[in-house]
Design a protein around this ligand. Structure first.
Ligand code: FES
Ligand SMILES: [Fe+2]
Length: 379
């Protein structure tokens, strides 16, 4: 359905200048119009960082004694289902590269599966590139003028990491540290190298709703007592609070009981508090949820204006700490959240609805998210 909604997004500028006490939420148009959706892929997703995975898993077949072998290559698709950008990780002796996986000759995909080679060879007409993407040779190009040039090298994508966790982007408008810097600092006490990917505890969910609706629900605690009654008994809801940073925020779940809390060292800024969970949201579509047992990463992957894939990636650190809140409970919470998010996607189609208001106490995260969307959409 294309939108019958009256208010164009450009009029959002005026709304953006308002404080949370007076502002209105995003117009329904944003979640219903396929044109807005396509625009958001270029304006937001192509200009932001994405979580790619962990190097341990991505190079599992090419690792010896804990070291990734020189020449190991791992192709992947950045944000499958929407951006669909084909990229390639290549391991040189001293550095990991993230390159375009598209041949600079006539655009064939280069590497189709994990492999080890000393150079990258296109199987269409045999063009070769070094592991850093530099053009090496091309049969049949004798006599071509101004050749090879800079354009014949494989373009580099942006790449950065935190421990084994890899992030990449097409053309990020921000530095990676503007997105993950605060999380890295606050959680510096966590031995990330001991976090192991657990495929049996990881899975994808699909919902019939716009990606942004899913994220909004994550960003507010107002719904928690209504939708997740079983969570309420575990958390000290009065102490539950959110810290805001320019491109991320963290909801801090304070534990009601000591056995559910992190053992925080004196170096942690939260030392002395009972913290059950850190729920980090990183603009635009990533959640890093840290628990005393490990990490649950959620990547919200748009598939169309009204369908979304949600990838849950579980990294286990201390299995013995699964305790009262575990992966099984996360699934239950997820089902409860998905049901309400799908109800919103249906509800906003109403001719009687366009926008709503923010709770100044509980919905500052949603307000922040909307303002960032507004900024990126107009840039
Ligand atoms: S497309 Fe790669 S060599 Fe022709
Ligand atoms: Fe929820």
């Amino acid at each position: 359905m294309t939108s019958q909604k009256p208010r164009p997004l450009e009029q959002e500028d005026a709304n953006q200048a308002l404080p949370v006490e007076r502002a209105r939420t995003m117009p329904a148009n944003f979640y219903l119009d396929p044109v807005q959706y396509d625009l958001s892929l270029e304006k937001i997703f192509a200009r932001c960082w994405q979580f790619v995975g962990d190097t341990q898993t991505m190079f599992a077949e090419s690792t010896k004694d804990g070291v990734v072998k020189t020449g190991a290559m791992t192709p992947f698709t950045l944000l499958e289902g929407s951006l669909n950008e084909p990229l390639l990780l290549t391991q040189e002796e001293k550095q990991l590269n993230c390159l375009s996986n598209v041949c600079t000759h006539r655009g064939s995909l280069l590497i189709e599966k994990n492999c080890e080679h000393s150079s990258i060879r296109c199987r269409y007409h045999g063009r070769r590139f070094a592991l850093d993407g530099k053009y090496q040779s091309a049969p049949g190009f004798e006599g071509a003028e101004d050749f090879p040039s800079e354009q014949d090298n494989l373009p580099r994508a942006a790449m950065g990491s935190w421990g084994n966790l890899l992030f990449a982007g097409v053309k990020p408008a921000l530095e990676l540290d503007q997105i993950i810097g605060e999380m890295k600092e606050r959680l510096a006490f966590l031995p990330l190298d001991q976090f192991k990917f657990a495929p049996q505890l990881s899975r994808d969910y699909f919902i019939n709703a716009n990606w942004a609706l899913y994220i909004e629900n994550y960003l507010e605690g107002l719904h928690v007592p209504f939708i997740h009654p079983s969570l309420v008994s575990l958390l000290d809801t009065k102490a539950y609070h959110t810290d805001f940073h320019p491109f991320c925020n963290v909801q801090i779940g304070v534990a009601a009981h000591e056995e559910d809390a992190f053992e925080l060292p004196p170096s942690s800024p939260d030392h002395g508090q009972l913290i059950a969970a850190y729920y980090y949201w990183l603009f635009p579509n990533m959640m890093f949820n840290f628990y005393p047992w490990g990490l649950s990463v959620n990547v919200i992957m748009p598939q169309s204006y009204n369908t979304t894939k949600i990838r849950f990636l579980t990294y286990v650190w201390r299995e013995e700490r699964f305790g009262n809140y575990s992966v099984k409970d996360i699934h239950q919470t997820e089902m409860e959240d998905e049901a309400v998010v799908e109800m919103v996607q249906q509800g906003i189609r109403s001719r009687f609805y366009d926008t709503g208001r923010y709770s100044p106490t509980w919905e500052n995260g949603v307000f922040q998210f909307h303002n960032l969307i507004r900024d990126f959409m107009k840039a």
